[in-house]
Design a protein around this ligand. Structure first.
Ligand SMILES: Cc1cc2nc3c(=O)[nH]c(=O)nc-3n(C[C@H](O)[C@H](O)[C@H](O)COP(=O)(O)OP(=O)(O)OC[C@H]3O[C@@H](n4cnc5c(N)ncnc54)[C@H](O)[C@@H]3O)c2cc1C
Length: 501
């Protein structure tokens, strides 16, 4: 085998997945069709749950350094959401062009010595019980690459998905939109100069949004009557962009250049299964939907986070039977929910009389704190709770809160304890008992003891930050079950753990 895992596509999903694999010591290679990064940015926002995930690996700080702006809360079809009702350190959307996120992740791959094979396109695939073979077309012609697993992170028009011969069921798009990165001259100040994205505040009857995205460039998104008449493949002309710009912001605004433009629809589709033997799908290759709410890139990043450590466990040979299949069972419902909420947002974005009436009601409802909290949890990803086995506990299946801790060696934060990509057993009582219980897994599970308001004597946290056991010392046998399920068979047979009298 040339590698343990071939990752197809160096978009945000593929790059983060490869970083997770590299951190775990997996031999991964990324195959990317483009010879160099395009520098174009579809997405502009990182949601709180992705921020929490990136924080677990020390990637949040450098990302914030490259961000344009932090915007409090988020939005649902442009209606404001308050994220502070959720227990997070990051109740905001981070405004950062997708290209900068990709550049940061690719730098991380360099540090981890994971190769990105640029200018190579996957054109054919085969798999058997032992591995996968990919045919690549590159500058030197055709070549073959073999690995134990392959993950298609190759975007909405995924070749891997097509080569698997599987469907992509869902709904065709109804609304045609254009996204364009433009330069303008605006002597009368008709265009907002502060970044209100992703909380977009257009004239309610308008059909376009604009936001400055740095270097004198504005992101302009529009979906007026003209766009609905044109075909998806129609070239985007400067004239079309100018007409939309002046329709929205008046004749005083002049278009001085179009850096990049793309036409897209609000089609929403999702594959039925994320795993097909040794080939898996992640990010837009597995699900597409309209960009409303700014969720697509975030879904892809979190797919990568969920899958990375499970694939690493599988290739290292310690994964419990069925661990890899939990990637599908956990992440498929999360994306299905995003598809549903973007379809609902699409209705609120079409400004005919009936839809405006519905939008008005929704706006009123979102002023009710509990309603706002529910929708905020949905869009931010903060409400994700995996259905995990084990004794019920309010933390089970939820992301671990990033608490401040007092440890014997000084102040600490939970997120920092997960930087090495291993799971974590964090205890606040009965340190010796928990230490003994987890000792046979010490190569895969870090341990920490601290004073903190955890709501449990100890929690077992998976490498992706989700709590897979929470309880007291009386339930230490439940902890052993959880360790075996999520961290594999013990490296050494465990001695029986006895509960203190
Ligand atoms: C206008 C717009 C605005 C958006 N705004 C947001 C937002 O604010 N927030 C948000 O979260 N999301 C947003 N999104 C969605 C987001 O951009 C996507 O969800 C994200 O790009 C998906 O990342 P990915 O890595 O899965 O796929 P992609 O970014 O599509 O990357 C796939 C990669 O695979 C490569 N590739 C394809 N085929 C092959 C092949 N055969 N061999 C090798 N390589 C191949 C491609 O060249 C590409 O580099 C927006 C999307 C649009 C269109």
């Amino acid at each position: 085998m040339n590698a343990d895992v071939i990752v197809v596509g160096a978009g945000p999903t593929g790059l983060l997945l490869a970083a997770e694999l590299g951190l775990a010591g997996v031999r991964a290679v990324v195959v990317e069709r483009l010879a160099r990064r395009s520098g174009q940015s579809k997405a502009l926002g990182i949601q709180p749950r992705s921020a929490e995930a990136l924080d677990l690996r020390g990637l949040l700080e450098p990302l914030m350094d490259r961000a344009i702006q932090r915007v409090d809360g988020g939005h649902f079809a442009g209606l404001r959401l308050d994220y502070t009702a959720w227990n997070t350190r990051h109740p905001y959307s981070i405004g950062i062009p997708q290209g900068r996120v990709e550049a940061l992740l690719e730098e991380r791959l360099g540090e981890l010595d994971v190769q990105v094979l640029r200018g190579h396109e996957v054109t054919a695939l085969s798999q058997d019980a032992d591995g996968v073979e990919a045919t690549l077309l590159g500058p030197g012609g055709e070549s073959r690459l073999t690995a134990r697993f392959l993950v298609g992170c190759d975007g909405g028009r995924s070749t891997v998905r097509r080569l698997l011969g599987i469907g992509f069921p869902g709904l065709d798009g109804k609304l045609l939109s254009v996204v364009a990165d433009i330069t303008i001259s605006d002597p009368d100040g008709a265009v907002p100069e502060t970044w209100t994205l992703p909380v977009m505040t257009p004239d309610k009857t308008g059909k376009g949004y604009i936001a400055p995205i740095g270097d004198g460039v504005h992101r302009f998104l529009f979906y007026g009557a003209e766009q609905q008449r044109l075909s998806r493949d129609a070239p985007i002309t400067e004239e079309e962009v100018r007409r939309a710009l002046q329709h929205e912001f008046g004749p005083g605004v002049r278009l001085t250049g179009v850096r990049w433009a793309s036409r897209f629809t609000d089609a929403s589709r999702q594959v039925e299964r994320y795993r097909h033997g040794r080939i898996l799908l992640a990010g837009d290759a597995a699900h597409i939907h309209s960009p409303s709410g700014g969720q697509g890139l975030n879904l892809g990043l979190q797919d990568a986070f969920n899958l990375g450590w499970k694939l690493a466990a599988e290739t290292a040979g310690w994964a419990h039977d069925g661990l890899l299949d939990t990637y599908h069972s956990e992440r498929h419902p999360v994306a299905a929910r995003v598809l549903a909420n973007t379809r609902a947002q699409a209705v609120l974005l079409v400004h005919d009389e009936e839809n405006l009436a519905l939008r008005g009601i929704m706006e009123e409802l979102l002023r009710v704190p509990e309603a706002n909290r529910i929708v905020a949890g949905m869009i931010s990803g903060l409400d994700i709770r995996h259905d995990l086995p084990g004794r019920p506990h309010h933390l089970l299946g939820r992301h671990v809160p990033n608490l401040d801790l007092v440890t014997a060696s000084g102040p600490e934060r939970v997120a920092r304890l997960l930087r090495d990509g291993r799971g974590l057993l964090l205890s606040t009582a009965d340190e010796a008992t928990f230490a003994k219980a987890a000792e046979p897994w010490s190569a895969r599970i870090g341990r920490a003891h601290a004073q903190a308001e955890l709501g449990a004597d100890a929690v077992l946290v998976r490498p992706d930050g989700y709590v897979c056991w929470a309880g007291s010392v009386a339930d230490v046998s439940g902890l052993a079950d959880a360790l075996a399920r999520w961290a594999g068979a013990p490296a050494r047979p465990s001695s029986p753990v006895t509960t203190p009298e």
